[in-house]
Design a protein around this ligand. Structure first.
Ligand SMILES: Cc1cc2nc3c(=O)[nH]c(=O)nc-3n(C[C@H](O)[C@H](O)[C@H](O)COP(=O)(O)OP(=O)(O)OC[C@H]3O[C@@H](n4cnc5c(N)ncnc54)[C@H](O)[C@@H]3O)c2cc1C
Length: 423
């Protein structure tokens, strides 16, 4: 089949945009096929719902010292704010503000938790659930596990590979983007040859090239880079013909999507609950079934608060719909301020993100199942059709998986490999 373009890139998120930019810089013809009505994927900023930029997906430039997007954002004039980890303006212990000693105990529990995880990983035993490696009996241990696993990684520690957790742990600085991280990624995609609302339903591949097909028609290309989430791949959102080899299918199954959901509430008036810009709230998990939200209030001095729900609770609320997430968020805030104050301080309604339900994502970001820590490298290194079919995206990064920076680097890597394969 004679190709219409050198490379078709499936999905115009961070990985797809990075891949397309690099290939074009090398003189290749490219076509990005994007199922949705916008570019950016899981980096998505909109201003309509809150009257200010709201990142439904990514909002922090993680591991900023080594993130390829840090210098790009600076050069493009974006406004960045360095945020330290784990600072809490209000931390509740047993339902009341923690004392200085209790805060210190919380911080010590975080340190001990991380040290235990690293020591167990360094021992080099077989992969085990993250939950099996962590302290359990201290007053803050369940809280710390919930924070690091359910909230930050979007998965319960029982279902998370210890090795993958350690390999992909986020360290260093976290930068927030005033204009929105999604705005940055969308700007980087400007001018690229993207066709929106073009879901690829089937990808035929052989040593001569690929053919992407959908209800919209078909496109022949010399090579393809597939950047859709592992959730979409596992749900067979794209059929491959011939079918993917067993080891690739196993790698996809070993890298499910976790879930982080956000709920934003708008202030009713000028009152700000006595808290300044970027105020952070957190509380102790009280018992096994208690899954606290984490909060940021008034980012950039704006009039909204953003709450984060992770892991099993986020999936359960996603099944119930956005109203349930809004009610859950208000009940959480009532633990800090009382229901009457919450009702006074916040306008009715809530903006809840919908990554779980959206068939173009089916979750927030990937984690490895226990025993599957090698799956990221398997997917990243898969050489199909003589190197003319490659996978890229956050799940394919063995260090900064689950991030925009990781997706970006993965897209660039796949682009270099496809470029070499095309000769
Ligand atoms: C709530 C939330 C918070 C997050 N917070 C952060 C953060 O603070 N910092 C950070 O770095 N990362 C964060 N992330 C993760 C980050 O957003 C992702 O890791 C990254 O954006 C993934 O990029 P990607 O290119 O791999 O995939 P995607 O962005 O998913 O791009 C894939 C694209 O493929 C499209 N697609 C799907 N199916 C098809 C099809 N059949 N045909 C054609 N196109 C298709 C999708 O519409 C999508 O645009 C967060 C994510 C979420 C959801």
């Amino acid at each position: 089949m004679s190709p219409e373009v050198d490379v078709v890139v499936v999905g115009a998120g961070a990985a797809g945009i990075a891949a397309a930019r690099l290939l074009r810089a090398r003189g290749r013809t490219v076509r990005l096929l994007e199922a949705g009505g916008r570019i950016g994927g899981r980096a998505f900023t909109e201003t309509a719902s809150l009257g200010a930029p709201f990142d439904h997906g990514a909002s922090w430039i993680h591991v900023a010292e080594r993130n390829p997007l840090t210098p790009i954002a600076r050069e493009m004039g974006f406004t960045l704010r360095d945020e330290r980890r784990r600072v809490r303006d209000i931390l509740l212990f047993e339902g009341r503000p923690a004392s200085a000693a209790e805060r210190a105990a919380h911080d010590a529990a975080c340190e001990a938790w991380e040290a235990a995880v690293e020591a167990r990983d360094a021992a080099g035993d077989a992969d085990i659930p993250l939950a099996s490696a962590v302290p359990r009996d201290g007053p803050w241990d369940a809280t710390v596990s919930h924070w690091f696993s359910s909230i930050i990684s979007g998965v319960e520690a029982e279902d998370f590979s210890l090795r993958d957790y350690v390999a992909t742990g986020l360290d260093g600085a976290n930068l927030q983007v005033a204009e929105g991280f999604g705005t940055l990624v969308a700007r980087l995609g400007e001018g690229l040859p993207v066709t929106l609302r073009t879901p690829v339903a089937q990808l035929r591949w052989d040593g001569a090239g690929v053919r992407a097909e959908g209800a919209w028609g078909a496109l022949r290309a010399g090579a393809a880079i597939v950047t859709v989430s592992t959730g979409v791949l596992a749900a067979e959102g794209i059929r491959f013909d011939p079918a993917l080899p067993d080891d690739i299918q196993a790698a996809i199954a070993g890298l499910p999507q976790g879930l982080l959901s956000k709920v934003a509430l708008r202030a009713a008036g000028e009152a700000r609950l006595g808290l300044g810009a970027f105020a952070r709230l957190g509380r102790q998990a009280q018992g096994a079934g208690d899954h606290p939200m984490s909060w940021m209030l008034w980012p950039w001095g704006r009039d909204h608060a953003v709450g984060f729900i992770g892991g099993a609770t986020a999936w359960a609320l996603a099944r119930e719909g956005p109203a349930a997430a809004g009610a859950f968020a208000r009940a959480e805030l009532a633990r800090y301020f009382g229901a009457a104050e919450v009702a006074r301080a916040f306008a009715p309604g809530a903006v809840a993100t919908g990554w779980a339900e959206d068939p173009l994502f089916l979750g927030a970001y990937s984690h490895a199942r226990v025993g599957c820590y090698g799956a990221r490298a398997t997917l990243r290194d898969a050489v199909l059709a003589g190197g003319r079919l490659r996978f890229a995206g956050e799940a394919c990064h063995t260090r900064t998986a689950g991030t925009v920076g990781g997706a970006w680097e993965s897209g660039e890597r796949a682009a270099r490999e496809v470029d070499a394969a095309l000769g």
